[in-house]
Structures are given as C-alpha cells and as structure tokens.
Design a protein around this ligand. Structure first.
Ligand code: BTN
Length: 246
C-alpha cells in the first residue's frame, strides 16, 4: 500500500480523485494524498474540514476479491489500523462504532469507504481517511470545537506527517493481508478490544429511526447489536451513535 502515491496540492476530495483513477484502471494499493481538500466528504453527506498543511487526507484504492456485501468490513479493517497507528504514536485512541477514531472522547479521525461493484463481485473499494494531525483548536470551526481533537493536541507537540502516514499505511497493509487471508474474525476481535462503544448506553440515529439501548456487540459482519429497554436485540448496519452518560 502506498508504493504508488499520487500527491496533490489541492483536490476537491481525494475519494473522488481515487474513484476516477480506479475507474481508469489504477491498481490495488495506489494512494491519493492531498495537502488540502476543498470539498472533503464525510459520512452521511457531511463535510470533512480539510485545511492545508496540517493534517493527513488520503484515499487508498483496493481491489479485494470479496462479495460486495462484505465490503463494509474493510471500514473496520481501516479503523483498527488507524487506532493502532495513533496508539503507536503515543495517544490513547479508541474506536467509536462504526469507524470514528477518538482520543479522550473527541474525534481525531474518520473513514469514508466507497464501493464500485456488480451484484457478485467488487470492482474496487475506495477507503478514504482523514486524520487531524496538527489542527489546533482555532483551526476547527466553532461547532466542532467541543467534539474534535488532533493528535498534536493530545500529545502536546507537533506531529510529522510523512512518518505517521508511512506507519499507518504499513498497519493498514498488515491488517488487510490478514483479513483477506483469514477472514473477519481477527479484525473483529481487535476492533472490540479497542472499542469505546460496546457496553455503553447509546442513542443510534439511522436514516429510518432513533434507537436507544445498550451497545452489546458487533456481529460477524460488523453491524452493531443494541439491546433495547424492552429487551429486543436490534441490528444496526449504518448510523450515528451518541454515547449516553449513565
Ligand atoms: C467521517 O467520519 O465522516 C469520514 C471522514 C472521511 C474524510 C476523508 S479525508 C480523505 C478522504 N477524502 C474525502 O473526501 N473524505 C475522506
């Protein structure tokens, strides 16, 4: 991963660029990096604030041999690699379901996975990762100041981007190879061990509903299992989780 790097000063979105490169035949492992993004994309239609010169924004092109319904597992593969790379850098990082990485309860990194597939076969997957490395409080828009952080804020020093990116891509490659060789179990176990969501009372918002309950587990495909007050076990494939204080 990252042996071929397309580096750009400014892009609307590295995910969009990587998607087009993949459509034009770019091979597995190609990475697109930008110094800044002018319309960085977050999950669920949100923006990813992407100022220049501070942080890491990249998208990796993957061509795994997987049925499309298993592609969401790749997001959890990336979350595990990301949390480990942040821990290796000295931060106490945890994963908030499905794929936000937090330090001290604040979001430091996010992942946006996009898929091109036929019913039976994945053409390619774009795994887009944004990591706040050196953003300081004043770089965050007002509405994010209570919920966002950076690795630099957590460590109290500047962070060099190139070594962090290299370490992260190595981790990502290791977990990806293990996943493709042995399946989802090891990733799931590691994800659970680094999760801040499981065991918590949560409010989950999906496109269709709001659900309150205890986050009990993730199932073999990565869906969140929530035990409601009425005792039923609900399976959530995609949504936002708010961790409620007891
Ligand atoms: C989220 O938590 O909402 C996901 C954020 C993903 C942001 C990254 S930055 C690099 C890549 N390009 C994009 O436009 N988005 C992802």
């Amino acid at each position: 991963l990252g042996r071929t790097i397309h580096h750009h000063e400014s892009l609307p979105s590295t995910n969009e660029k990587a998607f087009r490169l993949a459509q034009d035949g770019a091979e597995h492992g190609v990475v697109v990096v930008a110094e800044q993004q002018t319309s960085g994309k977050g999950r669920r239609g949100r923006v990813w604030v992407s100022p220049s010169g501070l942080n890491l924004y990249f998208s990796a092109i993957l061509r795994p041999e997987l049925p499309p319904q298993r592609a969401p597992e790749l997001t959890l593969v990336a979350a595990v690699a990301l949390a480990e790379a942040l821990r290796d850098a000295g931060a106490d990082a945890a994963i908030k379901w499905p794929n936000d990485v937090h330090i001290d309860g604040r979001k430091v990194a996010g992942i946006l996975t996009e898929l091109s597939a036929e019913p039976e076969r994945v053409h390619f997957v774009i795994v887009g990762v944004g990591v706040n490395l050196n953003s300081q409080v004043e770089h965050f828009p007002e509405e994010l100041r209570d919920t966002a952080t950076s690795l630099s804020l957590a460590l109290g020093r500047q962070v060099q981007r190139a070594p962090f990116a290299a370490a992260l891509w190595t981790r990502l490659e290791e977990w990806l190879d293990l996943y493709l060789e042995t399946g989802f179990d090891a990733v799931r176990a590691r994800w659970k061990a680094m999760s801040s969501t499981l065991g918590q009372d949560v409010l989950v918002r999906t496109d269709r509903q709001e659900l309150r309950g205890r986050a009990e587990d993730i199932d073999p495909s990565g869906a969140l299992l929530v035990r409601t007050a009425e005792g039923s076990l609900e399976r959530v494939l995609a949504g936002d989780v708010e961790q409620l204080r007891p």
